[in-house]
Design a protein around this ligand. Sequence first.
Ligand code: ADP
Ligand code: MG
Length: 702
Amino acid sequence: MPQRARPEILFPLFAPVTALKGVGSRIGAHLERLAGAQIVDLLWQLPGGIIDRRYSPVLSDLEPGRVATLELTVAKHHPPPVANRRIPYRIDCFDGTGEITLVFFHGRSDYLTSVLPEGEVRLISGTSELYDGKLQMTHPDIIAKPAERDTVMRVQPVYPLTEGLSQNVLGKAIAGALERLPALPEWLDPALAGERAWPDWKDAVLAAHTPNEAEDLEPVSASRMRLAYDELLASQLAIMLIRSHVRRQPGLPVASDGHLREQVLGALPFALTGSQRTAIDDIVSDLGSDHRMLRLLQGDVGSGKTVVALMAMLTAVEAGRQAALMAPTEILAQQHYATIAPLAEAANVPCVLLTGRDKGKARDAILEKLADGTVPLVVGTHALFQGDIAFHDLAVAVVDEQHRFGVHQRLLLADKGSAVDVLLMTATPIPRTLMLAAYGDLDESQLREKPAGRKPVKTSTASVDRLEDAISGVRRQLDAGGKVFWVCPLVEESETEDVAAATQRHSALQDRFGDKVGLVHGRMSGKQKDAVMSRFAGSEEPSLDILVATTVIEVGVDVPDATVMIVEHAERFGLAQLHQLRGRIGRGERDATCLLLYGHGIGKTARERLTVLRDTDDGFEIAEQDLRLRGAGDVLGTRQSGLPDFRLVDLAAHGELLAVARDDARLIIERDPGLESARGDALRTLLYLFERDATVRYARAG
Ligand code: ADP
Ligand code: MG
């Protein structure tokens, strides 16, 4: 079916913000930074407060301190003496019952005489105060003519701002956007809308932007609930369209006999844990069925996901087909490759590594082997789903640290074969609610047991004041043959400062420990990072004993001798992140310790968060606690988490609606998979409204 384009009815909302009256390129740039580049983005920018300007007493009744709209006659201007800029510009005003002085610091006389001419009546709205027993108002919010009473005397929405934008300018832009609101066809199930007493879409948007009472700002107000539901429905519907599309692909059962898996298992120096076996059984049975697999494998760092992934991949090879594992960074891809290749070799299965670094002839050679099927296993990065890469017969795609990839990227890999089964892996347990929001329903396997012989890492917390003690501890560990990860704080929004902090720590530690101290940070090239990492891992000389690092990514590497992890300003990391970091140590024979150093003046919650980490080693428990202490939005940082970036949904308040939206979407797909009915048509508009354009094409006829 030809892809239908965005419905015309939405055109007014999908114009650039600069199409609005009074919005030029400068204001446009600010609006874009705050909300987005299109007019529709302004609609989603809901007010966070109100100012009630309906209170309009005469001066004798005026309560100082309360926002009021006054009708005043301008009596006399008192500009400050030219030489003294510290004295404000004052204007005396009165009504039939009293007097008030308007006060302007750095007031411009030409402007003030034009808006407040002596002898004229004006509406003045703002907050007054008593000064020396007299009424005055400093910098009124609004100065208007009496005829404008209706537009002034109302409840004014207050919007969250960004630098460079005032309430006034933003308010006007949003008002302009609201004027363009089309009446859209109703996509809600009438029963639901009726039962909840939700307004229709246009009224809901208008109401959300014209609150009358503080209650109207509550996430559970009827208009905000409706809008949140719309967004959830769009997101669930989009997910289900993609998934039903994927599922509809004829699933090729992967016919395997287990002989390669058996050989590799025999070559492993350990026995699988119970949950690894269960996960493998689930996967093999998914692969053997004729529906497509889409399964999430959750397991803490070190829980042994790689072996499970390898078993899934070998299942494909047993059936004479191919499998790919995709990691988010080169180092992680290399590490996976280093684990997998020798094991695969034990079963005589060729395996290659493909990253962005492979160029020219070397890359061509790899591509050729993938295309003709001589190499059945490949490990790589994003490079794997580039356009020119073709597989002979890709059956299984494993995506590690899946949240680092967008939904789209994950699907692209799935598109590399005719019926690719997908296994997503994550070390960051995702709480149930967030899972649902991100994927709708998804099969999942969890690795909850630690492999035998893994020792818990002893974790303690201390103030940065104890840095010297930490350094003595490091000395003892080095003497005992251990290695140390030293993680430097992430300074928000400033990679430069991150690097500076780490560089400084690096040279301070070099002063103490000499040239055994290495440094990796985000500004280094892949090659440079790898060189340092290999020295730290001991696979290259001269070896390093201490590694100062800024980013989480680079430390995603296995160094069995690493026994100590020190994290500076641990309070700046997410719990899940810290837990991941900690998982990098304690992989060898020796006892391992993790020291979380916190900065001065950290709050109670921050301290509590670190305590969670000290007291438990269970990643699932840590994820739940993190959710409890920080709220859904912050747990992973939405951008990093692969979760939909909701504009109108607050999962804490609207979580209940999520399951409703899921059921709704499921029913829609069941009854009207092509979105052909009248409601289906309205739902297409909904998908476009929330910019799920790409998914509309998955709606199929019939
Ligand atoms: P993850 O990817 O889940 O963080 P890995 O797959 O890298 O964990 O496994 C971590 C380490 O544990 C690897 O060295 C791996 O060989 C080892 N390992 C995996 N499964 C077991 C097991 N059942 N018993 C002992 N060691 C295991
Ligand atoms: Mg791993």
